[in-house]
Design a protein around this ligand. Structure first.
Ligand code: BG6
Length: 464
């Protein structure tokens, strides 16, 4: 049910994530008219920031990351922004209770509370306890950023703390890759088209590549990143969720609960990673970044071969790769089809493909072999592309906008559940326990050369 009056509390409101993602998403919702009829956003942080100052900071964030506050209802929007400083812990609520009290007087006692934890995962337990301690948990919706936990043990302990304070139905664990337009097409294309429904198994699919190289560095968030690294920031989170979207068994319906169950259930069939099938890397110069420990062993790159032990996917490698400061920025998921052996021979491998580009508004591409017109039988690779923003009547929403809107509607289908996350943590446990050697790689490259071998006998479709 959509909330009508909402106090939205943003923890970590002056941090990088809030500036880059959450506040721009919130402003987009305001422009689109998708916010509750009456609302107040209370930013929280350790420092003491005056309401006016906070408004200026939000304004600056929107100038930098958009939508530009020159567009849309900025004046009305800013009146609804408040700041509560002094931190928020079990011992001391800072000024948060007072500011929320003020917001409630403005909106009325029935206003609902939505807490958004845009803070590092190490602080989730204390913040959750503090919500309980200071009476801010009852009836509230609580959004946790990823990663939910920092290790399998830490995940279990966090989960216990969360469930001691909140009912599962109040919890929204965000993984914004699930909110991307093209990610949703991973299941829609499959279930809406017989051509793809029929090929979605080991008989026809030779491998799956989930490749998210980034040219981006970590300069603005070195502290968070150095304590997190690529395995936790991307692999156990986004890349596993995308793998689950592809690998799931057909759900009973595409309704929220069925879809979520199918996605979470297949993660239990992920085989724990073999450290010999994982390559970890760190780009040259990473340790010179301010905020990174001088002898840091944090991975900025990871590539892994994942196996899914069920009848549909037995023997099909899922190749996952991501890294910072690589040669290109892409977010590509490719189903690579097997190459027919007869009656044509000598066909190039890895050319019949179905690719989803998850970046931006998303795109779908088909790679196939076709005869080039002419007297000779020349079979050449060709590509057909469908940018999703060219579909008539499209109204794409960026993933954070979509997901925050879902929180306001109380729709949890694109959020993760503890059973799936427990399985995801089990899958990475071997490489957390015995991390593969950390290999250096030059900035602007495709990562450590050892990663190439993971794709053998073929190759990564991007780069090289
Ligand atoms: C975030 C990661 O969750 O996803 C970042 O923390 C990464 O390290 C980002 O760069 C990539 O996603 P997008 O959709 O913002 O390009």
């Amino acid at each position: 049910m959509a909330t009508t009056k909402t106090v939205f509390v943003l923890f970590g409101a002056t941090g990088d994530l809030a500036r880059r993602m959450v506040l721009p998403a919130f402003y987009t919702l305001a422009i689109e008219g998708l916010l509750p009829a009456d609302w107040v956003l209370v930013g929280n942080g350790r420092g003491d920031v005056a309401h006016e100052d906070f408004r200026r900071r939000v304004h600056d964030a929107l100038v930098e990351f958009g939508p530009h506050p020159g567009k849309g209802p900025w004046h009305e929007f800013e009146q609804r922004l408040l700041f509560a400083g002094g931190g928020f812990t079990t011992d001391s609520p800072g000024s948060l209770l007072d500011v929320i009290g003020g917001a409630r007087r403005r909106l009325g006692p029935k206003a609902e509370l939505v807490h958004y934890l845009a803070v590092p995962p190490q602080t989730f337990p204390e913040l959750t306890r503090a919500l309980g301690e200071h009476g801010l948990a009852a009836g509230a919706r609580v959004v946790y950023e990823k990663p939910f936990g920092t290790s399998p043990k830490d995940f279990r302990s966090l989960n216990r703390i969360v469930h001691a304070v909140l009912d599962e139905s109040q919890v929204y664990r965000i993984d914004h890759f699930l909110g991307k337009e093209a990610t949703q097409n991973l299941h829609v294309i499959r279930f809406a088209n017989e051509l793809y429904a029929a090929m979605w198994n080991r008989e026809h699919v030779e491998s799956v590549q989930i490749d998210v190289p980034e040219t981006l560095g970590v300069e603005n968030r070195a502290g968070f990143y150095d304590a997190t690294g690529a395995v936790l920031d991307m692999l156990v989170t986004h890349l596993f969720q995308v793998a689950a979207e592809i690998a799931m068994e057909p759900p009973a319906s595409l309704g929220a609960a069925d879809l979520q169950s199918a996605r979470e259930r297949v993660i239990r069939s992920f085989r724990p990673l073999d450290p010999a099938e994982v390559v970890r890397g760190q780009f040259d110069g990473y340790r010179d970044i301010t905020g990174v420990r001088p002898r840091s062993r944090t991975d900025t790159f990871v590539a892994a071969r994942l196996w899914i032990d069920n009848p549909r996917w037995k023997g099909v490698p899922f190749l996952l790769r991501t890294g910072k400061r690589m040669a290109a920025s892409e977010q590509r998921v490719t189903m690579v089809l097997r190459t027919p052996r007869r009656p044509l021979t000598g066909l190039s491998p890895q050319t019949n493909t179905l690719t989803f580009s998850l970046a931006g508004d998303g795109a779908i591409e088909l790679g196939l072999l076709a005869k080039t017109p002419g007297v000779e039988l020349r079979v050449e690779p060709a590509t057909l592309g469908l940018p999703l923003d060219q579909l008539p009547g499209n109204e794409p929403l960026p993933p954070y906008v979509r997901l925050i809107h879902d929180v306001l509607l109380g729709d949890r289908s694109l959020f993760t559940r503890p059973d799936g996350l427990a399985a995801a943590w089990r899958t990475v446990q071997p490489i957390l326990q015995a991390p593969p050697r950390l290999a250096k790689y030059p900035q602007g490259s495709w990562g450590p050369p050892a990663a190439r071998k993971l794709a053998a006998p073929h190759r990564w479709l991007l780069g090289q």
